[in-house]
Design a binder for this molecule. Sequence first.
Ligand code: GLN
Ligand code: ZN
Length: 770
Amino acid sequence: MQTHNLGYPRIGNHRELKKACEQYWAGKIPAHQLEQTARSIRSFNWQLQKEAGINWIPCNDFSFYDHVLDTCLMVGAIPERYHQLVEEKKLNPIDLSFAMARGYQQDGLDVTAMEMTKWFDTNYHYIVPEFRAAQKFSFFHNKVINEFMEAKKEGIQAKPVLLGPISFLLLGKEKEEGFNRLGLINNVLPVYLEVLKQLDANGAYFIQLDEPCLALNLSGVELEVFNNVYRKIKTAFPQLHIILSSYFECYGTNLPTVLSLPVHTIHLDLVRCPSQLNDILATEFVKSKTHLSLGIVDGRNIWKNDFKQSLAAIQKAIDTIGKERVWIAPSCSLLHTPCDLDNETNEKVLTAEIKQWLAFAKQKLQEVVILKQLANGENNSVLQQQWLANTNCINNRATSTLIHHPAVKQRVANIAASDDQRLSAFNIRQQKQHKALGLPLYPTTTIGSFPQTKEVRSWRAKWKKGELTDAAYNDLLKAETEKAVRWQEEIGLDVLVHGEFERNDMVEYFGEQLAGFVFTENGWVQSYGSRCVKPPIIYGDVYRPTPMTVEWSSYAQSLTKKWMKGMLTGPVTILQWSFVRNDQPRSETCTQIAFAIRDEVVDLEKAGIRVIQIDEPAIREGLPLRRENWQQYLHWAVRAFRISASGVQDDTQIHTHMCYSEFNDIIQNIADMDADVITIETSRSQMELLDAFAAFKYPNEIGPGVYDIHSPRVPSATEMVALMEKARAVVPKEQLWVNPDCGLKTRGWDETKTALIEMVAAAKELRQAI
Ligand code: GLN
Ligand code: ZN
């Protein structure tokens, strides 16, 4: 029996990579210092996994920005607009990858960034590969070989991890019409074969090929490509040991193909799909020689593994195919969990009772190893103790009185039909709102947050450490808010925001004030590039003990005669970006949150806030990976949003905001949410993402983002007018708003100011053209 790990968090135990990258981008540290940080993170992770006793430790799971982007560099899929950066500017692969991810605006060059989208149903974002019909591939960046050799020098025979060729193509996008990207497989495969050849020559033994697209609904043609590709790999390298891994869902209808592939090991996500094991063990597969990697420790959540339950599954596998063919692993890469529970030392933040229920990446590896030892029949006093401790923690959580609040359960059980209905239909509300708000055509607004400068963050840090009093901290935030309000008035925005300076993160801020949530001090996970989030942990029934945002919104509104937009995070997003309970259905938890947000919306209205935005950027990413499960999810998710939004009068305008807006197949559900205004991210796709709304004749108002906030690049008014004209061509102007793609918290003030001044100018130009 072997243990392995599919991937370890790459940000560093204390977000060292984030800090180094950001300093490097700001020109504050040289390249070699950035690389030194990266090397020490890799080394730390490898040694930690070795000490945990994992047999096969991954390499190439590290990335400076994103592993899909790294794959683009590996196979030389560099979009043409970056070629001059290689040829003229001689950018090295790391700088090139940063330019591709973030755009490049320097020395008279102005190159836009690549698109980014959610990695399956996670809150991790990958860079979307771009393909052309005549796409050429070549082995361009040998990062995987370098990392393999680097591990070797540290005395570790690592298992290189690569995103498999088919998923690489499927996760990308055609940048011109008339071809299918999967047709490029015969062009890209030779590069993969070359990589495998070099890995083989350098002594690689196991190689993990991730094909997470096997968690999706695939066509017969696509499955045939899997057949061909994996047979070709086997023929080329009969001696290599390929571990094929997919995660986040069952293999479903792809299973027969997967089981027939000539690979050494097939990895199963037994957390998301426990039933899969029995299904497989009931087939002819049992007679084959292929190994099974049992992904039994949850790589997507932070709960301690239930050893008793896991051992039953492992035992079943051992009984049927024998110990030698069984591997034990986390369910997926640990990229999605925080690094180390041992970093949580403040009992006031995370109480001992709750902490004992948890396991982070490091602890999960220990669980994998303990499970192997237990399944192996090993017996010693340490193991016995570990077993006993696990049983105690699992029992403690099941019966803890911290978790259950009858009044909350009651409210959800007694939900009334009217709870998810606004008073009147949209057309009536729209008239009332126009009258009440008196906004011009093409109203301008922003999505909520303004730059979280070093100062703002340092105030919060000091306040948290007790170095700033509540009053002093509040005064600083008030001053910052007032500056933002004055400045928005000055440049002539129509609907203002208070700037969200008091918020660390759009989910954490609410979680901190809701009952049923708990926090960590260091529980960071990567969201995109250097950006990390610290998801709250929902451990118990959720309710809102007191108002959460009313004071800030009222203060900001008191400063101005313009409309101030109240700013909330929606129930689905709070659910989606938290670590959730695994002891009740997600829908149940979501409905509890929806009622808590509804209470806040009603209180904001009472306080005189007439425009309220309930952000739901995570609605789409919450979609189950398999279509057959979509409607069930959408039913409760849309209802949760409606519950949160439906407590107000007709003339209170409810906005919602979503990022990464590929809404083609769920546009009906988006319309069912019935927000008065929806702002979406569209600029990177040149308004292409608006097409779904246009085709559907989406009836409510829409603000298609006119500038990309993920990049420091500043667009011109002309560019934004051009984008809005594209929008106007497909959506009546009476329905259109002008706004950026998303919140501006990650940007600096200078670029924000220039960009928004341009944006307001764009709106004026559009109004004049009427
Ligand atoms: N209101 C949030 C902000 O502006 C929205 C962020 C998001 O959609 N991710 O920061
Ligand atoms: Zn957004």
